[in-house]
Design a protein around this ligand. Sequence first.
Ligand code: 5AD
Ligand code: FES
Length: 351
Amino acid sequence: MNNRSLFLAKKLAEQHSLKVEEYAELIRYRTDTTAKFLQEHAENVRKSVYGNDVYVRGLIEISNYCKNDCFYCGIRRSNKKCKRYRLSAEDILACCKSGYALGIRTFVLQGGEDSFYTDDLLCDLISTVKALYPDCAITLSLGERGKISFRKLFQAGADRYLLRHETADAVHYGKLHPVDCSFENRIQCLYNLREIGYQVGCGFMVGSPYQTPEIIAKDLFFLETFRPEMCGIGPFISHKNTPFCNMKSGTAELTIFLLSVIRLILPSVLLPATTALATVTPHGRERGISAGANVVMPNISPLSAKTNYILYDGKICTEEEPTLCLACLKKRIDSIGYRIVTSRGDPVKTT
Ligand code: 5AD
Ligand code: FES
């Protein structure tokens, strides 16, 4: 079946699209040859849109309180061993200040679904950050909220929203989440965000429990139809205090393969090489960038937050100072012939 996967890879490189069944075959029958072919083409496509530029997003983990109980996630509400914290508006502003001094021009506020962060609190915070740093973009990653809330936050100045869809298969969604989480609502949130005017990011874990090539094919088809501005993927990694503690992790190999596939489907997508990828393999971020990714997200949270915002076991960079973290990333990106840029890094519009 070597030929079949290579045939499909060539078709994807030419047409930037495959049928759902074809995506599944491409994944199921993939070989090193297919991976290499896709990597080269993805790298070229990425270079033609973004050159050698790699964008930086400063990640601020604002809270690990979460009302949800996702089976895979280390900060799920049932994890009684998780030491909970939340950052105040002042803490967050202090992170922005030091991040700005390091050249960061996008702040990503990420957290569990924590009702402490009301619309009023967040709107105040967002407008303050925008007033202090008008040349910066604000990305929110705070889970599902109502459309009215999304709109208020957008009007206060938020530019982008990350909400991984987690899986595009409703049955699979039900295996990763308790019944009080709704697949339909999650997808609806993504469409609401789009309609309001955000740049929207979705994404999924690679190798999550019960995932099959057919399910990943649905994820890819969803990306192809929804056409997000951003897409976050990283390997699933088990967390010891979750129901999935004994499940095996996703691989770097498949994650990197999919980064190339996604770059070919969406040439101008902003695609991070994630910390999860770097956790499962040395040089994971460098390999991700070389396979088509073009974003890195150094963690600029205070140490107290970093050490407790643990979604999966073995997370790297939880003890590094932001300055060192950024310097380390720069060196890594330089070493593979790319360069970190400090502009806001908005998506390039292509047809
Ligand atoms: N392994 C890898 N990624 C995880 N996430 C949550 N838990 C894990 C895990 N155990 C991802 C989810 C979520 C994002 C913030 O982190 O996809 O959307
Ligand atoms: Fe917090 Fe899933 S456990 S969003």
